[in-house]
Design a protein around this ligand. Structure first.
Ligand code: WTA
Length: 647
């Protein structure tokens, strides 16, 4: 709740697209007449057939339907590549920085065009057609961008799966999307260590019903892999067989562009579906205004393309705007803890967009590793993925940005497609820890648990009262789940799952998830997923997982585990359970703390009282509240006595 305020630097107010007065005017216009606002901004992309209808949206229970620009036709790859060729063929589109600092290269828009066409033809040669789903399980190499754009070019729907996910998680996603073709690499490379991607695909294939049809393998490290004849194909060999000519498919505005799986409070991860035109318009407009993008800027977002931030703000937004976007294969601490800042100096990066967890971990090493670099090229800093605590914000601003670079704390979600609440660097006075104000066209509201809209300064749950073009359209294959998850809690509104405070200046402060989703190092994790991985272990009878405050990760994973009769707690079993969850889901789901407990606090009807488990995990056991409805109140004493997090 810091009250420090940072004014817009004079130089920014002068050069930025939008000043404070302009923000207020444009925002008011966008809310008063969304059709006119989005009608005009829809023309920032090129259309094969122009649209006449701007929006057609219903949030009504039972008939939720979201359509933007529905009678227009276009193509995302055409907009991200082809349309720039006349003026930017020789401009760098992608700067690729390898895990090893000795390895980097640039790809011009002209080269990008050639690569995307070739990749698209390889997919076509393997039978991929409009509407087919293609799973992409690649490291951060340029081929990830080629593959995604190749899908967009021919109208196939990509489903990118983060390279850190296990074979099990990968097979679930392949199966849910019903995708026949998987694109992977022999190995990934992170922090000098190889990640066995192809091997993971082999293991996943064993679990996919009916098996994977074809695996296209990009050679990255040259490490040994087994190629299964008839199923596995080297990309470089396939690419030699196809032509370099591939016209972009004419797509309806509402044709799906991609599926991206994300965790929710219940069940398996959901396939968030985004469609073509609205998504691209929204990614492009937010990239321009939030990062105040101007021609010639060197822009770097450190996310992985396996997450939505990588989709919207490494690839689609920047490329739609004809930008130069940096793609980084490695990690912030390899080979040295100065790597981020060294890359900024090497490529003269102007805009740097990263996650609070990275800032907090680098903060731990002190100022010296930052200060020994120049960072003179930096003008703007961004933050995304989780709430940024004011201390980390101040450090980022003062040490990394030397007090001269505004920090844009951008709040959004996989579901929203692009940034919804954010400062604009030339317009917004900053308060560390606040995502500040809504972007154009966005109508945030704060409601109480009954759904009553709260006014003025208040705290409650964050909903969005109306649609925007980048909004997800459905849960792939399960529209009912889409309606139930996002539109049933507060009818006629999109429910974000986040808690939020609004201060007297109308600034928004995201307080974190109010559902059973936790945010670990900026990665979304459903507690139910970790629980089901734990109970799949033969020694475990029951498990309950909650988040707890973690200095670096934001939230850590705290698991309460009840063992089967005859099993006894031990350090070895604890380690085995951690390893088991890593195998089942992936390293990002590793429990930080496991508490073996003879029982879990349940109501008489058998419902686990998670509120109590959260309090104990937070080491707030003095404030457990009402425990009188518990079936066996003694369980709580044991839980408190053996709690794992003691601050
Ligand atoms: C959280 C990532 C506070 C939030 C783009 C949201 C944030 C979830 C911020 C979505 C922020 C993201 N301040 N919290 N600036 N950005 N979040 O789908 O809880 O991976 O609901 O999308 O991250 O995570 P997701």
């Amino acid at each position: 709740m810091s009250e420090t305020i940072y004014d817009v630097p004079a130089a920014w107010a002068e050069k930025a697209w939008v000043t404070d007065a302009q923000y207020k005017e444009m925002y008011a216009a966008s809310i008063k007449d969304p059709d006119t606002f989005w009608g005009e901004h829809g023309r920032r992309i090129d259309w094969f057939k122009p649209y006449a209808k701007v929006r057609n949206v219903s949030y009504k229970p039972g008939e939720v339907s979201i359509k933007w620009y529905e009678d227009g036709t276009t193509n995302v790859a055409y907009n991200c590549v082809d349309r720039h060729l006349a003026t930017r063929a020789n401009q760098t589109a992608i700067i690729w920085e390898g895990d090893d600092p000795a390895e980097s290269r640039t790809i011009t828009y002209g080269q990008l065009h050639a690569e995307v066409c070739k990749f698209a033809n390889v997919l076509k040669a393997h039978g991929v057609r409009k509407g087919d789903r293609v799973t992409i399980y690649l490291p951060m190499i340029p081929e990830a961008a080629y593959a995604m754009l190749a899908c967009a070019r021919i109208g196939a729907i990509h489903s990118v799966v983060f390279g850190g996910f296990s074979p099990d998680s990968l097979s679930n996603r392949i199966e849910d999307a019903d995708s026949r073709v998987v694109i992977t690499a022999d190995e990934g490379l992170r922090g000098g260590r190889a990640v066995p991607l192809k091997k993971n695909v082999d293991a996943a294939d064993d679990k996919v019903k009916g098996g994977i049809g074809a695996v296209i393998v990009v050679r990255r490290t040259g490490g040994h892999v087994t190629m299964k004849p008839g199923r596995d194909f080297w990309y470089h060999e396939e690419a030699e067989k196809v032509s370099g000519h591939c016209p972009p498919a004419e797509m309806q505005a509402e044709d799906p562009l991609f599926i991206l799986y994300t965790s929710g409070s219940t069940g398996k991860p959901k396939g968030v579906l985004h469609s073509t035109a609205g998504y691209l318009v929204y990614a492009a407009i937010t990239h321009q205004y939030v990062f105040d993008y101007h021609d010639g800027d060197i822009y770097w977002c450190t996310a992985d393309v396996g997450w939505v931030t990588g989709h919207s703000y490494i690839l689609y937004g920047p490329l739609a705007n004809g930008a130069t976007t940096l793609m980084f294969e490695g990690i912030p601490t390899y080979p040295t803890i100065s790597r981020f800042w060294e890359v900024i100096d090497k490529h003269k990066v102007n805009t740097f967009y990263t996650a609070p967890t990275a800032i907090r971990s680098l903060m731990g090493a002190g100022e010296e590793p930052v200060k020994k670099t120049s960072r003179a090229s930096l003008r703007l800093l961004g933050s995304v993925g989780e709430p940024i605590n004011p201390e980390a914000w101040e450090w980022y601003h003062r040490v990394v940005g030397e007090g001269r670079c505004p920090v844009v704390d951008t709040w959004w979600q996989t579901e929203t497609g692009g940034i919804l609440i954010t400062p604009l660097p030339g317009a917004t006075r900053l308060k560390p820890g606040s995502a500040t104000r809504p972007f154009f066209g966005i109508r945030p509201e704060i409601v109480d648990t009954e759904g009553k809209v709260l006014e003025g300064a208040c705290e409650g749950n964050l909903v969005i009262a109306d649609s925007w073009p980048g909004q997800m359209r459905t849960v792939y294959g399960d529209h009912k789940r889409f309606e139930e998850t996002y539109f049933a809690t507060y009818p006629n509104k999109y429910f974000t799952g986040d808690g939020c405070r609004r201060d007297a200046d109308g600034y928004y402060w995201i307080t974190g998830r109010v559902d059973d989703v936790i945010n670990v190092s900026g990665h979304r994790m459903g507690t139910a997923e970790v629980e089901s991985a734990l109970v799949a272990h033969p020694a475990v009878s029951e498990a309950a997982v909650v988040g707890y405050p973690h200095d670096i990760k934001g939230q850590g994973i705290y698991a309460y585990v009840t063992l089967m009769t005859g099993e006894s707690p031990s350090e070895d079993l604890r380690k085995e359970l951690v390893a088991h969850v890593r195998r089942e889901i992936g390293p990002i789901a590793s429990p930080d703390l496991i508490q073996f407990s003879p029982g879990l606090p349940k109501t008489r009807s058998g419902k686990i009282m998670r509120r109590i488990l959260r309090k104990i995990a937070e080491d707030e056991h003095g404030a457990l509240g009402d425990t009188s409805t518990l079936a066996d109140p003694a369980v709580v004493d044991d839980l408190v006595a053996n709690r794992q997090n003691r601050r």
